[in-house]
Design a protein around this ligand. Structure first.
Ligand code: KIV
Ligand code: NA
Length: 264
C-alpha cells in the first residue's frame, strides 16, 4: 500500500476528497485503522484524558507522547502519523526544535502545535529544519484555563477575524495542515476555502477538508462523556472494524458531521 504523505492530502483537498482521520495511541488500533483506510492518525495529547483519566491535557509529557508514537508507528503501513507537542514543550523556538525532533525520531511524520501568531517563528524554524507542522486553532485544549472551560471559540466577529488572520499567517510561515476545533461551521468553511493547505475539523462542521475524532469518542468509551460533535459508531455496528468503515464512508460522502454535531 502506498504511504499517505502531505502531498497525498493536498491532492485530496484539490480533488475534494474528504480526509478521514482518527487519534490512535497503540499498535493494535493503529493497525486496524490503517487497514480500514484511515488517512491520518494523530497521537493526541488527548491521551492525558482518555488513557490517563485526567481532566485536561496539561499533564502530558513529551516522553509519554513519544512512547505512544513508537507504538502507533509499529502498527502503521499506509497512514500518515502526526504527533502532538504537549503543553509547554514548544514555549520557545529552541525547546520546540529539541522536542519536535524527539517525536520525529520515534516515527512521527509531522508534529502539531496549538496556537496562533506567537508560533510563527517556531513554525518557520521547524519547517526549515525538515519537520512538517500541523497547526491547531479554535478550542485549543492546552489553553483551557485561559478560556475558562471547554467552550466553542470564534463566535464574535473580532475573534473570527483574528482566527482567519492567524490561519493565513501560519500557512505563510509553513504549516502544511491545520486542525480547527469547536468553532462555528461558517467560520471553518471560510478558513478552509481561504487556505491552500488541508484543514481538518473536529466540531467545526461539514465544510472542512477532513474530519478527526478521538477514537474513544467514536466507540462510546470515554467515561460518562460524549461531546456534542462526536458520534458513537460502535452503537450501530457489530464490531470495531465496521464502525471505522462507516465513519470513513460518512466522512467521505459528507454525511458526518451533521447539523446535530456542529455549532452555528
Ligand atoms: O489531542 C487530540 O486528540 C487532538 C484532536 C482532538 C485534534 O488534538
Ligand atoms: Na491535542
Amino acid at each position: 500500500m502506498k504511504k499517505v504523505t502531505i502531498s497525498t492530502l493536498i491532492k485530496m483537498k484539490q480533488e475534494k476528497e474528504k480526509i478521514a482521520c482518527l487519534t490512535a495511541y497503540d499498535a493494535s488500533f493503529a493497525k486496524l485503522f490503517d487497514t480500514c483506510g484511515i488517512d491520518l492518525l494523530l497521537i493526541g495529547d488527548s491521551l492525558g484524558m482518555v488513557l490517563k483519566g485526567e481532566d485536561s491535557t496539561l499533564g502530558v509529557t513529551v516522553e509519554e507522547v513519544a512512547y505512544h508514537v513508537k507504538s502507533v508507528k509499529n502498527g502503521v503501513e499506509r497512514t500518515l502519523i502526526v504527533a502532538d507537542m504537549p503543553f509547554m514543550s514548544y514555549a520557545t523556538p529552541e525547546q520546540t526544535y529539541l522536542n519536535a525532533s524527539k517525536l520525529m525520531s520515534c516515527g512521527a511524520n509531522m508534529v502539531k502545535v496549538e496556537g496562533g501568531k506567537w508560533l510563527l517563528e517556531s513554525v518557520k524554524g521547524l519547517v526549515e529544519r525538515g519537520i512538517p507542522v500541523c497547526g491547531h486553532l479554535g478550542l485549543t485544549p492546552q489553553s483551557v484555563n485561559v478560556f475558562g472551560g471547554f467552550k466553542v471559540q470564534g463566535r464574535t466577529s473580532d475573534k473570527a477575524e483574528e482566527m482567519l488572520s492567524a490561519a493565513i499567517d501560519l500557512q505563510e510561515a509553513g504549516i502544511q495542515l491545520l486542525v480547527l476545533e469547536c468553532i462555528p461551521s461558517a467560520l471553518a468553511q471560510l478558513i478552509s476555502a481561504k487556505l491552500d493547505i488541508p484543514v481538518i475539523g473536529i466540531g467545526a462542521g461539514p465544510e472542512t477538508d477532513g474530519q478527526i475524532l478521538v477514537m474513544h469518542d467514536m466507540f462510546g468509551i470515554s467515561a460518562n462523556y460524549m461531546p456534542k460533535f462526536s458520534k458513537n459508531y460502535l452503537a450501530q455496528n457489530k464490531d470495531i472494524s465496521s464502525s471505522v468503515h462507516q465513519y470513513i464512508e460518512e466522512v467521505k460522502n459528507g454525511s458526518f458531521p451533521g447539523p446535530e454535531h456542529s455549532f452555528e
